[in-house]
Design a protein around this ligand. Structure first.
Ligand code: F6P
Length: 546
């Protein structure tokens, strides 16, 4: 049983250090060190990570690294990479890093090397993707597949949906891709309403193959397909494939296990889009690009595994989050990509971070007395600037933010549209600058602003950001970014001593929904229902005329 985080001398030292910093301003920190903007920068693979606009000094970093050391972050990291069962509540290994290991690597779980199976599945995915892309795989009536519909939810949806958007400019534009997750029938309805079943492939993505939303949507998709193709059950084999760990349930559903792409219980749902769960993405961008993405993941895995603490980016970013949560009472973390293609990126990170670190007991079950994971939120800039950035700049809350951008516009933009790019990036840099340094009352007054308006037009600044800049948004860069965030989340879980790899918090709602559904459909009695929920159920039934 590890020592309580807030009892550690290193924690106390950080608290004292925070007090000594007082109201120190980024303006002072920059003024006191002309090299700050070049010293507090890390280059990892293709990522340039500027962390100079943080409320830290060399002492802060030293103390945070000491905390990581005493907390055994490196030990736990090595145990994860070795395949030890660090997901203690589910007694499972945590090996998403094995999904991008080279063919000749040896990583054992229960004495068995898992790497050959990883590559066998990748090869099977590549073969299938090539057949769909070339038209060699045809539907039941002999037509080639034009649309791929991925049905899944949570990690079986967010990853492929996000990555498809991010890498859109690399996709085969002859094919369409749609992602259905919500059990609201409207989601599937809108996804298939203009499709020809003869040209549609459904990918049913579910680690467990028991998730009610996915199975419900998959069942309705099968009905839609069979209705459209004259009811011949044989059509299912040509139009449905499954991505799962559960062959039995896949077969029970009626999908030939030949058409199943396997993964394993040591891949967490929110860490799974580089496994078979990425099949829709691989069909979209092709196997070579998919492998480039895996190379990007691996590059950051190796960096995290081997870089010294002083230059270890996931370690640093994880520690900064701990610092703000504990010592500045920051409750949320904004991820603000300056790329239209990253429109689903933050939504993806929400699951990665909040399902991993939204915990309030430690690994031995004791309540924690420190903050754990932040609320992660954000949308691409510059749109957010005209919506909620007001609060970032002048609100009362401390909201650390990541600003992410790319030097090159994507390749297939016309010269005119590519010309927007400098304006986009000027906004990114301007926001980091404004958030950090603000605008003093003196500066505002000097512009001749009437005295009564000065307080309204003053920007306190001192709002921390990390800027992540890459030359170009490539598949490899996407892999690098995701691995960076995966390992950042890992570091924080290790410091907070929580199990970042279980998700018991999603269970209760599932059980209660199952209990409530018969009350809605048949008016069944739900024993022990509270008066509020009972009233809502009754009102719902009345509105439905039941
Ligand atoms: O809601 C919890 C969860 O288990 C997520 O962790 C997971 O990504 C999602 O449901 C989907 O699960 P499955 O892939 O088993 O359908």
């Amino acid at each position: 049983m590890s020592e309580r985080l807030d009892q550690l001398p290193q924690w106390e030292a950080l608290g004292k250090h925070r007090e000594s910093l007082g109201e120190v301003h980024l303006r002072e920190l920059f003024a006191g060190d002309a090299a700050r903007g070049s010293r507090y920068v890390l280059d990892v693979g293709d990522l340039r990570i500027d962390y100079s606009k943080h409320l830290i000094t060399d002492d802060t970093l030293e103390l945070l690294r000491e905390l990581a050391e005493v907390r055994g972050v490196a030990r736990l990291r090595d145990a994860m990479f070795r395949g030890e069962k660090i997901n203690v509540t589910e007694k499972r290994a945590v090996l998403h890093t094995a999904l991008r290991a080279p063919r000749d690597a040896v990583i054992e779980v229960d004495g068995e090397n898992v790497v050959p199976a990883v590559h066998a599945v990748l090869d099977k995915m590549a073969d299938f993707s090539n057949r769909i892309r070339s038209g060699a795989w045809t539907g039941h009536t002999g037509k080639r597949i034009r649309t791929v519909v991925n049905i899944g939810i949570g990690g079986s949806d967010l990853g492929p949906a996000m990555a498809y958007e991010v890498l859109r400019s690399y996709t085969d534009r002859e094919l369409q891709f749609r992602f259905v997750s919500n059990v609201d029938g409207a989601d599937l309805h809108e996804a298939v309403r203009d499709l020809d079943p003869a040209e549609t492939l459904f990918i049913i993505a579910s680690k467990t193959f028991t998730t009610i939303e996915t199975i419900t949507n998959a069942t309705s998709a099968r009905t839609w397909l069979l209705d459209g193709l004259g009811g011949d059950e044989a059509a299912v084999a040509k139009h449905f494939v499954a991505l799962s760990t559960n062959a039995e349930k896949v077969a029970e559903f009626g999908i030939d296990v030949e058409n199943m792409f396997e993964f394993w219980d040591w891949v967490g749902g929110r860490y799974s889009y580089d496994s078979a769960i990425g099949l829709s993405l691989m069909i979209a961008i092709g196997p070579d690009r998919f492998r480039e993405m895996l190379d990007g993941f691996r590059l950051v895995d190796e960096h995290f595994r081997t870089a010294p603490p002083e230059s270890n980016a996931p370690l640093l970013l994880g520690l900064l989050g701990v610092w703000y949560g504990a010592f500045f009472d920051a409750q949320t973390h904004a991820v603000l990509p300056y790329s239209h293609y990253l429109s689903r990126f933050t939504a993806y990170l929400q699951q990665l971070d909040m399902e991993s670190n939204g915990k309030s007991v430690d690994r031995s079950g004791r309540p924690v007395t420190w903050q754990t994971g932040p609320v992660v939120w954000g949308t691409p800039g510059t749109n957010g600037q005209h919506a909620y950035y007001q609060l970032l700049h002048q609100g009362t809350k401390m909201i650390p933010a990541d600003l992410i951008g790319f030097a090159q516009p994507v390749a297939d933009l016309s010269p005119e549209l590519a010309g927007h790019h400098d304006l986009l990036m000027a906004n990114l840099f301007a926001q980091g600058q404004a958030l950090a340094f603000g605008k003093t009352a003196e500066e505002v007054a000097a512009e001749g602003v009437p005295a009564e308006q000065v307080p309204h037009r003053t920007f306190r600044g001192n709002r921390p950001t990390t800027t992540i800049l890459a030359r170009e948004l490539t598949p490899s860069v996407l892999g690098q970014l995701i691995a960076l965030y995966e390992h950042k989340v890992f570091v924080q879980g290790a410091i907070w001593d929580i199990d970042s790899f279980d998700q018991w918090g999603v269970e209760l709602g599932k059980v209660l929904a199952k209990r409530i559904e018969p009350a809605l459909t048949e008016g069944a009695e739900v024993p022990g229902l509270d008066s509020s929920t009972a009233g809502l159920v009754a009102a719902y039934r009345a509105m439905r005329g039941r």
